[in-house]
Design a protein around this ligand. Structure first.
Ligand code: KG4
Ligand code: ZN
Length: 368
């Protein structure tokens, strides 16, 4: 247990500082990332990925990810600070992903961030990875202010949110089974495309035509909910039936047909949700938002409906640390700081508001 007298950066922190400098650290999956932002401006953004090693295994092997983070994290953070052109003393807070993700991988980032914050006597901020994905949009559009409707489409989550403030949102609909990214990854495996599946399906789909009938995907039904397991099964059945009959099929056509089915429903429901809630802005976040077909379809649909669309650059849709720093900034302004006994969590409900961190802070102010 750290003595209060030795580590107590929260007492003097100025949460009203106009443009604090936040160091973000992200190690929830296979990217070791660190970034520095000032306000919402990105000063540096470093990523070391173990994806090419993981590709040999067809997916992320947790132990390999943890080892790769351990090897890379110090150098990645050092590079982020150096390339930001700042000194360690100028950092106002250290924001780190504490969940959700691979436990061993998260622990590397959390342990490093704790040691780093402790050594520099800086406040520590615990960031929910998914909140980071949502905060990526603010990096691109620093003037952006809620309310808006947000499409979240990552490897673990697919949901449409009504973002009411920087820290409050209502879930309008979500996947009832697989996440969109998960479906891309599973279909990629069926088509013998390498990990990570999403970008490879996208590449393959470019050569094909979406001419294979796909299930209806709760289009026009199911409220703002999604179901991807039926689509995935339809693709598997199509390929297996062809193979059993000794018939050939075009992988590119399957990829294109799947991509259309998977994306069209996201676009349709996001725009419908924006219209129903009466907001004038749509934002997106998560790895699937890097998909060019999704970006183009959503752009066209928003334009048709007179909606403003704010999409993070592709690089900030997939895992990165700038988005973690961006969410860290929101938590900084709210005065939500973590204690030194922060630990990693493999899963955090989408709606979690960092109860543990906040309640510990409340205890602290009561002198516990
Ligand atoms: O948000 P993310 O980087 O990680 C989390 O799940 O938090 O999302 C990763 C997911 C993977 O399923 C990956 O296949 C998918 O995003 N993805 C894509 C594309 N790039 C990444 N899916 C479709 N098209 C892409 N270009
Ligand atoms: Zn992610």
């Amino acid at each position: 247990m750290v003595e209060k007298s030795m580590y107590d950066p929260i007492k003097n922190v100025n949460i009203h500082k106009e443009e604090p400098i936040i160091l973000g650290i992200e190690t929830s999956c296979d990217e070791t990332a660190a970034a520095v932002i000032q306000g919402r401006k990105i000063l540096s953004d470093e990523i070391a990925s173990s994806a090419s090693i993981q590709a040999k295994f067809g997916g992320v092997v947790p132990e390999i990810a943890s080892r790769a983070h351990t090897d890379a994290v110090a150098a990645v953070v050092e590079a982020a600070v150096k390339n930001a052109g700042i000194t360690y003393a100028e950092i106002d807070a250290v924001a780190v992903t504490y969940g959700a993700g691979l436990l061993g991988a998260l622990l590397v980032g959390v342990s490093f961030a704790k040691a780093f914050a402790y050594a520099l006597n800086k406040p520590l901020i615990a960031v929910n990875h998914i909140r980071g994905h949502l905060a990526a949009a603010y990096l691109d559009e620093p003037t952006l202010k809620p309310p808006f409707v947000t499409l979240l489409a990552s490897g673990g989550h697919t949901a449409i949110l009504h973002t009411k403030t920087f820290s409050e949102f209502e879930i309008l609909g979500a996947t009832m089974d697989d996440a969109a990214g998960e479906a891309f990854d599973k279909v990629a495996r069926v088509l013998a495309l390498q990990y990570p599946g999403g970008p490879n399906i996208e590449r393959c789909a470019k050569e094909g035509t979406p001419n294979i009938p796909m299930p209806k995907m709760l289009k026009g039904g199911g409220g703002y909910n999604f179901s991807y397991s039926g689509l995935k099964t339809a693709v598997i059945n199509y390929c297996h039936t062809k193979e059993q009959k000794g018939e050939t099929y075009s992988r590119a056509d399957v990829a294109a047909s799947f991509q259309c089915a998977a994306v069209d429903v996201l676009v349709e429901k996001t725009v419908a949700a924006a219209k129903e809630t009466g907001v004038d802005t749509v934002t997106v976040g998560g790895g699937v938002a890097a998909n060019t077909y999704l970006r183009e379809s959503l752009s066209k649909a928003c334009k048709r409906s007179g909606l403003r669309l704010v999409m993070p650059q592709k690089r900030y849709c997939t895992d990165n640390a700038a988005m973690i720093a961006s969410e860290g900034l929101t938590q900084f302004k709210l005065g939500n700081f973590a204690m030194m006994d922060l630990t990693a969590k493999a899963s955090i409900p989408l709606h979690s508001t960092l109860e543990t961190v906040q309640s510990k802070r409340a205890n602290k102010s009561e002198g516990v």
